[in-house]
Write a protein that binds this ligand. Structure first.
Ligand code: HEM
Length: 412
């Protein structure tokens, strides 16, 4: 495993490289080899800023404060050799620790005749609160012939009314979710992870996204989505471990402390939305746009009462509004979504923009319940189209000295 001695922060890398120029460094490009020079100069990762701990009961990137950027990628396996796949996750573990610490992936080599082990575009950048989250699809179990280890709960999503899924944004065996405050840090992480395993994985689909908020505030505001509404208010609180244990984390068998991830690439029809009155927009969600408060209330976190009525005796939060329907489904999920903007649709001259909806839940059933409730009648449907989809099992957290997916591979 990675130790302090063989790590060097990306911030210190260039300083060290210049010393290396004086002929001190050992010329090797292998990952994880011993580092004479780093030990010699006492450099380690402790000065890297904005680090999130890789190890823990749960993987990072689930109940970690949401960062500003995501790079979400879905991979396909080209091998059915379980041992090779296990080795890949072990290698990714070593790399993930370094990436999340803001360290370079390997020591500086003086051998310019070889490609560098770390591709280098994150040199000089700190850890940027990078989190890396990993998981597998139901197809993964099939591909490797280990379906007996697939938890019973793990079902694929059914076709929902109004789904217009594009095969371009579906399928795959493994997801990696890289979130940080710097898009280049995310890209660097995904690029290097995929590069290390090119012999057995290929990229099926990916999506980048962003969230904006004033990070200088002690408690940053809830980010707004591209329909300008605060998105994430109704989530369980991270401190509310009882709710998280009840609704977000798996409590059974090898997958204990993992979570099911649902991803939906949802196009938002910005032009139609922009022609809609503010009143209609607010009635679509059931919340006020600027304050984020439930309609009829003043503050964002005021309790929602879907039965409350206005002076005219009408429901404040219309029955077909997004929030009313979500409440009616009578379940809870942890949403951790990002907006995306992918240029324009050339055929229509409209924005190709929307939400990379990501939610974590104890069972895919919770999402199915919500989406079935909303799919037919949600007012929001007039303004959105679901284009991509996936459901994955995000592995349990990793103990120091352990590796990603260990709980599963130990059962083989
Ligand atoms: C582009 C698509 C979507 C947009 C723009 C959107 C936006 C919003 C907004 C603005 C809120 C109110 C604030 C908040 O509590 O976060 C909300 C709440 C919520 N949404 Fe969505 N949403 C979308 C898709 C979905 C989907 C696909 C699901 C699940 C199937 C979902 C589930 C929920 C839930 C559970 C709540 C919380 C309700 C509560 O208990 O207060 N949303 N959404």
């Amino acid at each position: 495993m990675v130790t302090k001695e063989n790590s060097v922060s990306r911030r210190d890398f260039l300083k060290l490289a210049s010393i290396g120029g004086a002929g001190v460094l050992v010329g090797s490009t292998g990952l994880g080899t011993s580092l004479y020079a780093l030990n010699h100069f006492g450099r380690d990762n402790q000065h890297s800023k904005n680090k999130v701990n890789f190890y823990g009961k749960h993987q990072s990137g689930i109940v970690t404060d949401v960062q500003k950027h995501v790079y979400f990628v879905v991979l396909e396996l080209s091998t059915d050799d379980v041992q090779q796949v296990k080795k890949m996750f072990q290698d990714w573990t070593t790399q993930s620790v370094k990436l999340m610490n803001g360290d370079v992936l390997a020591e500086i080599s003086k051998n310019t005749l070889l490609p560098s082990v770390d591709t280098g575009e994150a040199v000089g950048l700190d850890a940027s609160r990078l989190t890396l989250t990993y998981g597998i699809s139901a197809e993964f179990f099939k591909k490797l012939g280990i379906e007996h280890l697939k938890p019973k709960d793990f079902v694929d999503l059914p076709h929902f009314p109004k789904d217009q899924l594009n095969p371009k944004y579906t399928g795959g065996h493994i997801f990696i979710q890289a979130c940080s405050d710097d898009p280049q840090v995310n890209f660097h992480a995904v690029r290097n992870l995929v590069r290390a395993s090119r012999d057995i994985v290929s990229m099926k689909w990916s999506q980048t996204g962003f969230n904006s908020y004033d990070e200088t505030k002690k408690t940053p505001d809830t980010p707004r989505n591209l329909f300008s509404f605060k998105d994430g208010t109704g989530n369980p609180k991270f401190k509310d471990t009882e709710t998280l244990d009840r609704f977000v984390f798996i409590d059974q068998d090898w997958a204990k402390n993992g979570s099911y991830l649902v991803v939906r690439r949802i196009q938002m029809h910005i032009e139609t939305w922009d022609r809609t009155s503010l009143e209609d927009q607010e009635r679509t969600f059931g919340r006020h746009r600027d304050s984020g408060a439930p309609i009829g209330m003043k503050k964002e976190y005021d309790e929602i009462d879907i039965k409350s009525k206005n002076d005219k005796g009408e429901l404040n939060i219309p029955e077909d509004s997004h929030v009313h329907l979500a409440k009616k489904a009578n379940t809870t999920i942890m949403r951790r979504s990002f907006s995306y903007s992918d240029g324009i649709n050339e055929a229509t001259g409209t924005f190709d923009a929307g939400l990379l909806f990501v939610s974590f839940q104890k069972s895919p059933e919770q999402f199915i319940k919500l989406q079935s409730m909303m799919g037919r009648v949600d007012r929001l449907n007039e303004y959105i189209t679901h284009r991509g989809s996936g459901v994955f099992l995000a592995f349990p957290g990793i103990k120091e000295g352990g590796y990603i997916g260990e709980a599963l591979f130990n059962r083989l």
